[in-house]
Design a protein around this ligand. Structure first.
Ligand code: ZN
Ligand code: ZN
Length: 246
C-alpha cells in the first residue's frame, strides 16, 4: 500500500478511536457519570486519550459541564448561537483552550477529578503524550505515515469535535425543547455524539439514541462492556431534564 494511503487510513482510524474514547470515557463516563467503567478499562482509555489527543480529562470535563450549565447563554464556553457558527466550527479548539486554562473553571466544575500521581508523572504532560503517539505511528510506517497520519487525525478529530458543538447546536432536529440538535449522519461519524438534542434533554443517559431510526454506535461498546461486567450503566431509562428554550 502507498504510504499516503496508509497514513490517511491510520489517521482516520486514530481519530475514530479518539472520538469513541472521548464520548464513552470523557463525556458519558467522567462528565455525566452516566456509566462507570472498570478501573483497568478506564486506565487504558485514559492512556489512549493521552497519546492521541493530549487532553487533560479534568479540563475537558470542566469545560463540558460549564457548557451544560450555561447552554447557549452567556457563560457557555463554545456556543455557536453566541459566538457564531463559523467561529465554533473552525475555532472550537481556541474557545476550548480559553476556558480549559481558567483555574476557576477547573475548581468549580471538576472538583471530583484532582490530579493523581499518574497525572503528575504522565497524563498532565500533553506534549509527551502526543510525542509517544507520533513515535508509535513512526514505528508502524516511517516518517511519511507518521506525518500524514498525524495531520489527518488532528484535522478529523478537531473537525468532528467542533461539529458536535457547532452543527449540533445549529442544524438538525430538535425533538426536545433545548437548542442542541440531532443529526443522524453526524452521529454515525461521532459515535453517537450527533444525537446532541437528546443528550441535552437527558445528559445522564448512557445511550444517546431515544427514538426509532436513531443509532448510537458507541452504545454497542458500552452494552458489550456492561454485559461482561466491565461497565455499569447508571440509569435503565433516560431521565429528562425540565427545559425551556432560552
Ligand atoms: Zn451541547
Ligand atoms: Zn454532555
Amino acid at each position: 500500500m502507498h504510504n499516503a494511503t496508509l497514513g490517511l487510513i491510520i489517521g482516520l482510524l486514530t481519530s475514530q478511536v479518539a472520538i469513541l474514547i472521548t464520548t464513552v470515557y470523557l463525556h458519558r463516563g467522567l462528565s455525566h457519570k452516566a456509566l462507570t467503567l472498570n478501573a483497568k478499562v478506564a486506565f487504558i482509555m485514559r492512556a489512549i486519550l493521552w497519546i492521541t489527543t493530549g487532553i487533560r480529562p479534568r479540563q475537558w470535563v470542566a469545560v463540558h459541564r460549564k457548557h451544560h450549565a450555561y447552554t447557549d447563554i452567556e457563560g457557555d464556553p463554545h456556543s455557536p448561537i453566541i459566538e457564531g457558527f463559523k467561529e465554533i466550527q473552525f475555532g472550537n479548539v481556541y474557545f476550548y483552550r480559553k476556558e480549559a486554562t481558567k483555574p476557576e473553571t477547573i475548581a468549580k466544575y471538576a472538583k471530583d477529578l484532582p490530579p493523581d500521581r499518574w497525572d503528575k508523572v504522565l497524563f498532565d504532560r500533553a506534549l509527551l503524550g502526543l510525542a509517544v503517539g507520533i513515535a508509535i505511528l513512526f514505528a508502524i510506517g516511517g516518517w511519511e505515515v507518521a506525518l500524514i497520519g498525524s495531520v489527518v487525525h488532528v484535522i478529523s478529530y478537531l473537525g468532528l469535535s467542533a461539529a458536535v458543538n457547532a452543527i449540533g447546536h445549529t442544524f438538525g432536529k430538535r425533538p426536545y425543547p433545548n437548542l442542541a440538535t440531532n443529526n443522524g449522519w453526524l452521529a454515525m461519524i461521532t459515535f453517537g455524539e450527533g444525537l446532541h438534542n437528546n443528550h441535552h434533554a437527558a445528559p445522564t443517559a448512557a445511550k444517546l439514541s431515544f427514538h426509532a431510526g436513531e443509532f448510537d454506535p458507541a452504545w454497542l461498546l458500552i452494552a458489550a462492556l456492561a454485559k461482561v461486567g466491565l461497565a455499569n450503566v447508571r440509569l435503565k431509562e433516560p431521565k429528562f431534564k425540565s427545559q425551556t428554550l432560552t
